[in-house]
Design a protein around this ligand. Structure first.
Ligand SMILES: *[C@@H]1O[C@H](CO)[C@@H](O)[C@H](O)[C@H]1NC(C)=O
Length: 335
């Protein structure tokens, strides 16, 4: 299922142009990456069975015009399928044409066994369309899910928080760098002014200044012996400056929107973070409105809610992906 928003940056209105349904490919908790005009979709939980992820790899060629109602997805699972199935992972583009996948649940395609290795990184080469398992040095952080990798485009990949795999999972507050320059090397960062609470299911957006904007997500606290999981206040943005490893809280201004987790975020060239979807609480109550913009070009970031002009409205979604291609935000799959 693909939904495309046409963004008109200087007009406060969004036109939603298409909506595409493709039930056979339905999934959530997958990853996506845009490389050389190809939007790759990898893995995820097929909605038809809940247990062991998927090893699907397919892409949409955005250079070619495609039928909006039935885009020709190029399914390369047979030739470039992963030797494992995966969901709840995170991905980022490395060294121009690589898609690096880390974390989440990965199961061996042959044995069906869950891969619990802390060092599990998988690299897809979008040119050769082949997978490799990179050699990694340094001490890896414990494997985790429901976090976001974010790259500074100098091949430093930042990984913050997330949730341990398995029963009674620990939630994390640490920040790790994966240096992907010549080899893959882990490094744990000593941070200043760190949030003391853990965070998962947030979005992480790297600004050109080297500041990562962490939006929303959930946290967990133990109070009077019972565990309390709540959404973080979306008005309270946490900024992490990669240049000096320091956190800065910011009270945003502008319109009020619901707190949320499992939403998506893309950054426009003029410094606007567009978030979409998300939900609250164990019953996944839809967060409203689905679409909101955080303008980071002002000294105090400002939330606004655009009007969507469209005859097709996409449903509220969680665990989807969003990628920016020119003036289009492409929202793919989800729940
Ligand atoms: C992908 O493969 C091409 C061709 O072999 C190579 O030039 C490129 O460096 C590879 N990319 C990554 C990220 O390893």
């Amino acid at each position: 299922m693909f939904y495309v928003f046409l963004l008109q940056f200087f007009v406060i209105s969004f036109s939603l142009t298409i909506l595409v349904e493709s039930a056979t490919n339905a999934r959530y908790a997958h990853v996506s990456a845009l490389i050389n005009d190809q939007l790759f979709i990898i893995g995820g939980q097929p909605t038809s069975f809940q247990t062991k992820g998927s090893n699907d790899v397919f892409y949409l060629d955005l250079k070619k015009s495609f039928n909006l109602q039935d885009p020709s997805l190029v399914d390369i699972t047979k030739t470039s399928g992963m030797p494992f199935t995966i969901s709840w992972a995170s991905s980022t583009v490395v060294n121009k044409d690589g898609i690096l996948i880390y974390g989440g649940y990965a199961w061996s395609l042959n044995s069906g066994n869950l891969d619990n290795g802390d060092n599990s990184l998988y690299l897809f080469n979008a040119t050769t369309k082949q997978w490799t398992i990179p050699t990694v040095s340094g001490a890896p952080p414990p494997k985790r899910r429901e976090m976001k990798m974010v790259s500074d485009n100098n091949e430093n990949i930042f990984i913050y928080g997330g949730i341990q795999l398995g029963a009674n999972p620990q939630w994390y507050t640490d920040m790790n760098i994966l240096d992907a320059q010549s080899e893959f090397r882990w490094e744990l960062i000593q941070m200043k002014n760190s949030p003391t609470y853990p965070r998962a299911d947030y979005t992480a957006t790297m600004l050109p200044s080297g500041v990562i904007v962490y939006i929303g997500g959930r946290t967990r606290a133990v109070r009077d012996g019972s565990i309390l999981e709540t959404e973080l206040n979306i008005k309270q943005i946490t900024l992490y400056d990669t240049k000096d490893a320091t956190w800065y809280p910011m009270e945003t201004t502008g319109e009020l929107i619901d707190n949320r987790n499992s939403h998506s975020a893309v950054l426009t060239p003029d410094g606007k973070i567009i978030i979409y979807g998300g939900a609250q609480g164990p019953n996944l109550i839809t967060a409203s409105p689905s679409l909101a913009i955080l303008d980071t070009s002002t000294s105090v970031y400002t939330w606004s809610v655009p009007t969507i002009s469209s005859q097709f409205s996409p449903p509220p979604l969680i665990l989807h992906t969003a990628d920016l291609y020119g003036d289009y935000m492409i929202v793919a799959f989800g729940q």
